[in-house]
Ligand binder design. Sequence first.
Ligand SMILES: [Fe+2]
Length: 372
Amino acid sequence: MRRVPTKALLPGMKVSHPIYNGRGEILLNRGVILNQKYIESLSKLGIPVIYIFDEDLPDLYVEDVIDERTRIAAINTTKKILKNPNSSKSPLNWSLLREARNTINEIIEQLIENRSLMVNMIDMRSFDDYLFAHSVNVCVLSLITGLSLGYDRYKLMNLGMGALMHDMGKTLIPAQILNKPGPLNESEFNVVKQHPEYGYTILTSTDSSYIKKTSALVALQHHERYNGEGYPKGLDGDGIHEFSQIVGMADVYDAMTVDRVYRRAHPPNEAYEMLAGSGDFFFNYKLVQYFLKNIAAYPAGSIVKLSSGETAAVMETPKGFSLYPRIKVLYDAEGNKLAEPVDIDMAKQNTITIVKVLEHEEIEALKQKSRG
Ligand SMILES: [Fe+2]
């Protein structure tokens, strides 16, 4: 199994992980052989990358920290909340907020159940669903951090509500600015920068006891930074509420690992390193550590080059060992396929390191070479 960018897909390739549309229906199931028509519709939907079978690589199934059904239900709930046409004038309605709470409860249950799993950031979202899928990712990443910090259910719920609705204010930003296929100019950026305050206003004008002050603060403060260089108020240090700092980290991490129209995603290991380097600079150092504990820097299925020159597939990352996955060495330093793959637990040895994550083209080149 490996990830292949949609633009590099070829007819005849076989799908290894089901692909869903925004309504949660299966678009292409595991085992489907791609044809031109399927490839075109994937690209029309803006799905940047999918998993395909590869007979030269291990077939593994990446287990997510929450199941697909829950993720899709959460995306749909978020869609209703962020698309609520009345959200600018009247408060969010009570039944929607109750639905959000149920969704968050379900996510918390699954995170507790799957406590031994790491987050393997795999981005297969379609462009249309960006804001909704992003909000759900931020919610999951924030809650997993809250669990590591030992939060009780009450705190988790309020953190989760803030995380899910952190970008509520974006519903009041003109779509042509929000969806602009390129970097924003200064005046456009100034408009976007108003979304934290808009979000706070919407959430605090909701007279429902379902939204606590700390959740509304997340909407207001998630772009504030530890060193005081954030917005809208330029708050610094722990003057920024802990929930807001957690959601701010999750927001940055998720946004980095996503392909946007105008730039390629940072590979998860780079996003990991960048966040690791942001302690006490953008975010409180302790919170960064709790966040990263749950993240696999090299998601399962990544193909990596080792310091020995060999090439290996990442199989899984044990909890708490973000940078030290279990791997299977497949090719020797000369690019010859090993007759028998070799298993290595990176956490239990200190002679070999991962030097690079291979891109699609590099994997293709390696396979060509090994076939002679
Ligand atoms: Fe935001």
